[in-house]
Design a protein around this ligand. Structure first.
Ligand code: GTP
Length: 538
């Protein structure tokens, strides 16, 4: 395929603005998929994606399109829409020369529209604004400050005006600037694991050619592999003899798991080493949670399910962990809360695993010193930009811990669904954090130790004490549940003792329950599910 007839582009949008629906229409229009079949959201391949209606893994498809007597190869790179996956978005964009920026005509510009626009702008890509959902009653496609001949107004759902999107891709996005005669330089922008064939790396070729039998090297791991298969994505894998610079396709080379083909890595020929493409960084987990099997006899099954899932997702980190209350388990690191939920849901859907997830926490760097000099830092406003008459973008510096759990939901409900939100890592800041212990009759409960901001300790401590009170059964004596910072008690609840006349009945009941696992903290017997109730996030 001549390079001047190739276009590499991506569709970016705020969540739910219709990216996957537009992708489906483009696939149908170019005959890549059959219109008559029920092909709704073909690119959303994972079951969890279809159930949640969101894109988690980027998927790619090559489309062939005839225009004015010439045949074009249009490589569409689908990108995830949620903030948790913004690194995948930026890597996918580096394989493109242009983007379709889809905006819902009803909702207008939202946080990820702005974030995606800047990602595309920084990567010096041509941006084609596409106003979607013009079929809706309240759609107002005129509200945008973009000259109307630059905007394409469509209804992806009904297929209205979608041909002009293809036309614009050909006319307004330049062909890739590549050199087929130079030694191979291929960017890995996605990778998946196949049980039978190993890792399938999606690659964009910046220079050179790659064919079956070539010896290639990963710039990141320095490991050498022999290429077993190359091909294009239509959108399923279709083997070809070679892949040329300018093309986007896949490559299989005996890699055993996706950490060997990390997103952003460069592959080159063993005989012809080259400078790797810029911008590679390993995905960095931001949210950590403990994961335990509901029943310890399920430990090995869960272990193998986690191993299989992480074969496919190199951004999840896994460390063995154990808890007296919950048994043997793991501490997992995720890109964000949605990523954590998706992982959990995939374990349930694809591996039938049933797990307990503990309250997610964020990483802290603790400097152990006697300084009282460190000042508390809460959200600090950085700037305020008016996007248009009705819309403002506010930038804040937030402690990650404050936004990770329920910030997004609270923001949505406070603003009646109007506000949208995006975040990026701004590094570590000093903060006034305290370690909070939970005590049962004066004895520390290790499972419930948390790090909290000084100003929030009281309310969080109180909530934990209340939840624990509700889940602890009465015993022969009174139980004091306390939240403490050092030796200072900041919250307290009490579980009263049994009255004498119900004692006999309770002892009988206790015998019946004798086999149930109880954990003894001091003299207090705690049923295992009491911790689960306090720790569980959902
Ligand atoms: P993520 O993958 O989560 O980022 O979402 P997305 O941007 O891919 O959105 P998707 O294509 O899943 O569309 C979201 C919803 O909008 C779906 O219910 C679509 O049916 C609907 N939708 C998409 N395009 C149109 C349109 O042109 N008109 C109307 N009325 N609805 C649309």
């Amino acid at each position: 395929f001549p390079v001047e007839n190739i276009r590499n582009f991506s569709i970016v949008a705020h969540v739910d603005h219709g990216k996957s629906t537009l992708a489906d229409r483009l696939l149908e229009l170019t005959g890549t998929i059959d219109k008559t079949k029920n092909n709704k959201q073909v690119l959303d391949k994972l079951q969890v994606e279809r159930e949640r209606g969101i894109t988690v893994k980027a998927q790619t498809a090559s489309l062939f399109h005839n225009c004015e007597g010439k045949q074009y190869l249009l490589n569409l790179i689908d990108t995830p829409g949620h903030v948790d996956f913004s690194y995948e978005v930026s890597r996918s964009l580096s394989a493109c020369q242009g983007v379709l920026l889809v905006v819902d005509a009803n909702e207008g510009i939202q946080a990820q529209t702005v974030a995606n626009f800047f990602l595309a702008f920084e990567a010096q890509l041509s941006v084609i604004p596409v106003i979607n959902k013009i079929d809706l009653k309240n759609a107002d496609p005129e509200m945008f400050d973009i000259p109307s001949d630059e905007c394409i107004k469509i209804s992806a759902k009904l297929g209205t005006n979608v041909e002009s999107v293809l036309q614009a891709v050909i006319e307004r996005i330049p062909p890739p600037k590549v050199h087929r005669k130079n030694p191979l330089r291929a960017l890995v922008f996605d990778s998946t694991f196949d049980q039978y064939r190993g890792v399938i790396a999606n690659v964009a070729l910046f220079d050179g050619v790659v064919s079956k039998g070539d010896k290639i090297v990963s710039a990141h791991t320095q490991k050498t592999y022999e290429v077993n298969e190359v091909g294009v994505l239509n959108p399923n894998e279709q083997p070809t003899h070679k892949l040329y610079a300018g093309q986007v396709g896949y490559l299989i080379a005996g890699m055993k798991n996706v950490t060997e083909a990390q997103i952003g890595d460069t592959l080159y020929l063993h005989k012809q080493p080259v400078e790797p493409l810029p911008g590679f960084k390993s995905a960095k987990p931001m949210v950590f949670a403990g994961m335990y099997p509901v029943d310890q006899s399920e430990y090995n099954n869960l272990k193998s399910a986690i191993e299989k899932l992480t074969l496919n997702d190199s951004s999840v980190t896994v460390h063995r962990d154990s808890s007296l209350a919950l048994g043997a388990g793991w501490r997992l690191g995720f890109l964000g809360l949605l990523h954590m939920e998706v992982f959990n849901q995939r374990l349930e859907l694809e591996y039938n695993a049933s797990v307990i997830l503990t309250t997610p926490t964020v990483p802290y760097k603790a400097v152990l010193s006697s300084s009282k000099l460190i000042k508390a830092r809460r959200a600090v406003q950085k700037n305020m930009i008016f996007i248009d008459q009705n819309r403002v973008m506010l930038k804040y510096l937030f402690p990650l811990n404050e936004i990770v759990v329920d910030f997004y939901d609270s923001l949505k409900s406070l603003s009646s669904g109007y506000a949208s939100f995006d975040y990026e890592d701004a590094g570590y800041q000093t903060a006034e954090l305290v370690k909070m212990d939970i005590l049962l009759n004066g004895n520390n409960v290790e499972e419930l130790v948390t790090v909290v901001h000084k100003d929030k300790a009281h309310s969080i401590g109180k909530a934990i004490c209340e939840r624990l009170k509700d889940s602890l059964p009465r015993q022969l004596f009174e139980i004091a549940i306390q939240a403490a910072i050092g030796s200072k008690i900041i919250a307290r609840e009490t579980v009263k003792a049994y009255r004498k006349n119900v004692l006999a009945k309770c002892l009988l009941k206790r015998q019946a329950e004798g086999k149930k696992k109880l954990r003894k903290i001091g003299n207090v017997e705690v049923p295992k599910d009491a911790f689960i109730k306090v720790l569980k996030t959902q």
